[in-house]
Design a protein around this ligand. Structure first.
Ligand code: BTN
Length: 263
């Protein structure tokens, strides 16, 4: 496939970004699967796979992620982490969330929040999800694939009985016309900006200041461990969530397959 072998209308939004290669698919199984395979081939840093429809989209914890044609934004950005970034693995998921939040604010005046560890909420409903997957060679981190799925129109929303958390979409949260490819360009530009600051003070303050449920009592479920209930007070320098379970008693929750809900 040729570099930049993707539709001209998409090129208008992405052409100025320093992407290595862009692959656009009308339909594909999963853009994350595509990038994981691509990583084992010749993919360079900043390779991008985008799909209009995914037939086998994946969410966290092996959940299905439905991507209907014309209704969603689904893409995966493949990064080849350089030396300092290899020590900053927990921050690639918030990198996606920070990028989405900033772009929604800039383009559509949507004041979204970041639900730790890797969802984006608007009006306290899920608008976007992030699935980060890594490629290792022994102990060496070879690639990070940041997969992002965003509900654009109401048709993107899963049926109510499949929802773990209430959901919304970009079009329902703004009065402005929504162009998903413009949104894609803006998210990528924000991610490139924040990638330069990965794990920095600025990065933390951007993440913390948009953290959902801060100061509120939440429940953390990570079976088979018992649920934890406590006040969400913030995140630490490793990206762990800090809960105050009793006055003066703080517990750290590590990033993993946990569910966070308001109580
Ligand atoms: C989640 O909330 O569970 C994460 C959802 C991530 C979905 C995106 S859509 C693009 C990329 N390809 C996939 O198969 N999954 C991610």
């Amino acid at each position: 496939m040729l570099p930049y072998d993707y539709p001209v209308w998409l090129r208008a939004q992405l052409g100025l970004l320093p992407l290595a290669e862009v692959r656009y698919f009308n339909t594909i199984g999963s853009t994350n699967d595509h990038c994981l395979q691509w990583a084992s081939e010749d993919a360079a840093d900043l390779s991008l796979a985008i799909a209009d429809h995914q037939s086998a989209g994946r969410g966290r914890a092996d959940r299905q992620w439905v991507t209907r044609s014309g209704a969603a934004l689904a893409f995966s950005l493949l990064l080849r982490p350089h030396r300092p970034e290899k020590e900053l693995l927990p921050f690639f998921s918030p990198l996606g969330a920070i990028g989405i939040r900033a772009a929604l604010d800039r383009l559509y005046a949507i004041r979204a929040e970041i639900k730790w560890p890797n969802d984006v909420l608007a009006s306290r409903k899920k608008l976007a999800g992030i699935l980060v997957e890594n490629v290792w060679d022994g102990g060496d981190l070879k690639a990070v694939v940041v997969g992002i799925g965003i509900n654009i129109t109401p048709q993107a929303l899963p049926s109510a009985n499949r929802l773990l958390f209430p959901a919304t979409c970009v079009a329902s949260e703004t009065d402005r016309p929504v162009d998903r490819w413009e949104l894609l360009g803006s998210i990528l530009a924000e991610m490139l900006h924040w990638r330069e600051r990965l794990g920095s003070e600025d990065f933390f303050s951007e993440w913390s200041s948009h953290l959902a449920f801060r100061g509120e009592v939440v429940r953390i479920s990570a079976p088979p461990a018992e649920d934890l209930i406590g006040k969400l007070t913030g995140i630490d320098q490793m990206g762990n969530l800090i809960l105050e379970t009793d006055p003066g008693r703080q517990v750290k929750v590590m990033v993993g397959d946990v569910r966070l809900r308001a109580v």
